[in-house]
Design a protein around this ligand. Structure first.
Ligand code: G16
Length: 543
């Protein structure tokens, strides 16, 4: 097999964000763009020689072509083995599991997650390390450094690989193993949950709609929910992954999964509604007439995890990203375990999970997961909910109400101002940054600031420090506002504003969150002059 060394000039802007490199698909399709990033990844990990990898993606446009390129580059760089999902498909949590199960050196996951797919939409590449989790910051920084000085890449001159047939083949000396993307993951889920109890739940008439949003979770949800657990055929909708996610936005939240939300708020609502995103790591949970925010879902799962076999012995600890609400902190305090606060990005949970400090982690951005893999896991969250519902035999709405009656409720909402000019977003951010020290004591729309800072994370395991992780402002009376610039967008800047108001166990838990948060929103707008500065009268997305 001939291996070519192609000369190139460094490409600007190949800096991994919150979750890998995300760009417009057409950018990734430019000559050498993907190749140079992949070579930089290999260089950053000390070369691919003799190493093994897992490769797969969420099936979006360019997925299969990108996999063919990566296979030729892995062979060109001397890799020993690549495990690929059949037809190039692997959900992010399934890829994480395969890395761990097969003890590979790492894996490449092709996805732009919840961002839309298609030739005019988004594509992405993420490298996961041997523990199955996203590469930590030190590694992604080194990838970026490599992209800035890359002068050549290596690629094998080889035929297109048949990704449709399960089995082994060779490209030069490199073994290519095409595997069923679902089988091992399904087995893992069966080892964590009480499938008999969940099967009995469905057999007893429990109804559910799972919206796979035309994305990668479809085959997993079909095999597990309708196959192993006996949910009626048709429980999983939009189950066939398509290259453009049916023209939709595969983000499981009340805005993008609106038809499911409408169903769940109607007379015809099944007992449970759930959805997952492009690559299967995010989830949404809705009961009949009761939307569960991701922050509440994390808290509820942590409080009830002992009802599932895998967590019967209790949790070592909980971790949440900083902008996630404090609901799970209250559960941790009640359980007498530690709750860790990390920056946004699943990669920050890896060390805590590896060190056995935490069992369950979650983020406000619809990610929840546990120590079974090193990624957030949408279907896992749905199955844990099902296991809890099978044990508690109560509607989601009642479980939520009982939880709030015990712990109080953290009303929560996120406002996204998308695709704003980067200059305007940066200027607003920097102004606020400069004001942090003088904010305490000031009153905005009737709310008094009692504390303000910029979040820095000191990793308790490896001692690394991550600065600049978001601005936090607390107000008297249990309110908090957090400001961050998104690290996953592909157009301009996205300013995220996270709003939270705690109401204790005796308070009113039945308010519409937007009503409960109105005073906090007014204080935030007065404090930042955000609408004037960004030229926006409302956020694009409210979740
Ligand atoms: C990624 C990360 C998450 C993060 C989310 C939002 O999710 O894995 O940890 O919360 O992005 O990040 P940002 O606010 O910077 O846009 P995913 O599902 O896109 O991989």
């Amino acid at each position: 097999m001939n291996i070519e060394t192609i000369s190139c000039e460094p490409i600007a802007g190949q800096k991994p964000g919150t979750s890998g490199l995300r760009k417009k698909t057409r950018v990734f399709m430019e000559t050498g763009y993907l190749e140079q990033f992949i070579q930089s990844v290999f260089n950053a990990i000390g070369g691919a020689e003799g190493k093994s990898f897992v490769v797969g993606g969420d099936g979006r446009f360019f997925n299969r072509k990108a996999i063919q390129i990566i296979l030729k580059m892995a062979a060109g760089n001397g890799a020993s083995k690549v495990i690929v999902g059949q037809n190039g498909l692997l959900s992010t949590p399934a890829a994480s599991h395969l890395i761990r199960l097969n003890k590979t050196d790492g894996g490449l996951i092709l996805s732009a997650s919840h961002n839309p797919g298609g030739i005019d939409e988004d594509f992405g590449v993420k490298y996961n390390v041997a523990n199955g989790g996203p590469a930590p910051e030190g590694v992604t920084e080194s990838m970026y450094e490599q992209t800035c000085s890359l002068r050549s890449y290596k690629i094998a001159d080889a035929d297109v690989v048949d990704l449709a047939s399960i089995g082994e083949s060779k490209m030069g000396d490199m073994v290519i193993q095409v595997v069923d993307p679902v089988a091992d993951y399904k087995e893992l889920m069966a080892s964590l949950f009480d499938f008999v109890a969940i099967r009995n739940l469905f057999a007893g008439g429990f109804s559910m709609v799972f919206d796979a949003m035309h994305a990668v979770t479809g085959p997993y949800a079909k095999a597990i929910l309708e196959g192993a657990l006996g949910a009626p055929a048709g429980t999983v909708i939009h189950a066939i992954p398509s290259e453009d996610f049916g023209g939709g936005h595969p983000d499981p939240n009340p805005v993008w999964a609106k038809s499911l939300m409408d169903l769940m708020m109607s007379e015809k609502a099944p007992c449970l509604g759930a959805a997952s995103d492009g690559d299967g790591d995010r989830n949404m949970i809705v009961g009949r007439g009761a939307y569960v925010t991701p922050s509440d879902s994390l808290a509820l799962l942590a409080a009830n995890a002992h009802l599932a076999p895998a967590y019967r012995e209790g949790l070592a600890g909980i971790a949440r990203s900083m902008p996630t609400s404090a609901a799970c902190d209250r559960v941790a305090a009640g359980l007498g375990i530690e709750c860790y606060e990390t920056p946004t990005g699943w990669k920050f949970f890896g060390n805590l999970l590896d060190a056995g400090k935490v069992t369950i982690c979650g983020e406000e951005s619809a990610g929840t997961g546990s120590d079974h893999v090193r990624e957030k896991d949408g279907l896992w969250a749905v199955l844990l909910w099902l296991n809890i519902l099978a044990e508690r035999n109560q509607p989601v709405k009642t479980i939520l109400a009982e939880h709030w009656a015990h712990y109080g409720r953290d009303y929560y909402s996120r406002f996204d101002y998308e695709a704003v000019p980067s200059d305007a977003a940066n200027a607003l951010f920097e102004t606020l940054q400069g004001q942090l020290a003088t904010l305490p004591g000031q009153v905005f729309a009737g709310l008094t600031v009692n504390k303000a800072d910029e979040f820095s994370y000191h990793d308790p395991i490896d001692g690394s420090v991550s600065t600049g992780q978001g601005l936090r402002v607390w107000f008297d009376g249990g309110a908090r506002v957090v400001f961050r610039l998104s690290g996953t967008g592909t157009e301009g800047a996205t300013l995220r504003v996270y709003l939270e108001q705690y109401v204790d166990s005796h308070g009113d838990h039945a308010l519409d969150p937007q009503v409960a948060l109105k005073p906090v929103v007014s204080a935030m707008l007065t404090m930042t002059q955000l609408e004037e500065r960004l030229g926006r009268t409302a956020p694009n997305v409210i979740t």
